[in-house]
Write a protein that binds this ligand. Structure first.
Ligand code: PEP
Length: 261
């Protein structure tokens, strides 16, 4: 189901068509290794996707195959995603995992350029773009993460930072963009929904400038059962990326049941 909605941004009248199906992307980060991942999934009501929501679970590499098989066994329509991939096809890249390997495991999505990778692995936007191109060659939809630090936010530089990240890391309109303010990740701090709307509109207008229209933009940063409905209710929000709340049954089950109603 596609909905038309109009907004004015910087004096431009923008008409956007968006899908009602919202993406619920679960980023397990470096949690839930092989055995724990199955124990966790056995405590979650997984057959919960419906026409309004599509769940995408992104376990660590070592749990991908088990989780993929578990989803199939349960005849759930949850999709499988990875948290990173190499920008190279194959060869001498010790410790790396290729997009082709992820495709073989049944992944449909891959998170790229998460702020933790930018921070701890010094990944820059140009590398993220190369990874996204490689992912697209292997039928994986890149979920490209962008977001400003607290310092940039306080200095009023959010748009400047985002524009540069988008320009350098998004290669095509076939991507999902995840707007994740770094200061909101794992902190319990969440921007006002009006602020999320405004920033998503900004991202949309920048992408449109590059010729990429109708890109799905999801929000990430301290999403939990108590704020998910309001955030997903914003027209510019095509979904959410959930970290901490997606790895414990006591925080994930209330999210699943809220979205299944
Ligand atoms: C994330 O890691 O992308 C994230 C949004 O984490 P959290 O939900 O824990 O803030």
């Amino acid at each position: 189901l596609l909905i038309n909605y109009k907004f004015v941004f910087n004096g431009y009248h923008i008409i956007r068509q968006y899908s009602m199906t919202k993406l619920i992307i679960c980023n397990w980060k470096m949690n839930l290794g092989s055995q724990n991942s199955i124990e966790f999934l056995n405590q979650i009501e997984m057959a919960a996707s419906n026409k309004d929501n599509k769940f995408i679970v992104c376990p660590p590499y070592t749990s991908l195959e088990l989780v993929g098989n578990n989803i199939k066994e349960k005849q759930s329509d949850w999709a499988l995603g990875a948290q990173n991939c190499s920008d190279q096809e194959d060869g001498a890249r010790t410790g790396d995992i290729s997009a082709s390997m992820l495709e073989t495991l049944g992944c449909q999505y891959v998170i790229l350029g998460h702020s933790e990778r930018r921070q701890y692995h010094l990944e820059d936007s140009k590398t993220v773009k190369m990874k996204a191109l490689k992912a697209l060659q292997h039928q994986l939809i890149p979920i490209v993460c962008v977001g400003e630090t607290e310092e940039a936010y306080n200095q009023g530089k959010t748009q400047e930072v985002l524009k540069k990240q988008l320009e350098e890391s998004v290669p095509s309109k076939q991507c999902v963009v995840a707007y994740e303010p770094v200061w909101a990740i794992g902190t319990g701090k969440v921007p006002q929904v009006e602020e999320i709307e405004e920033t998503h509109h900004f991202i949309q207008s920048v992408l449109q400038e590059f010729g990429f229209s109708n890109v799905s933009i999801v929000y990430g940063g301290s999403v939990k059962a108590n704020n998910i409905t309001e955030i997903l209710g914003q027209p510019s929000v095509s979904g959410v990326l959930i970290g901490g709340a997606s790895i414990k049954p006591e925080s994930m089950n209330p999210i699943v049941s809220k979205l299944s109603i």
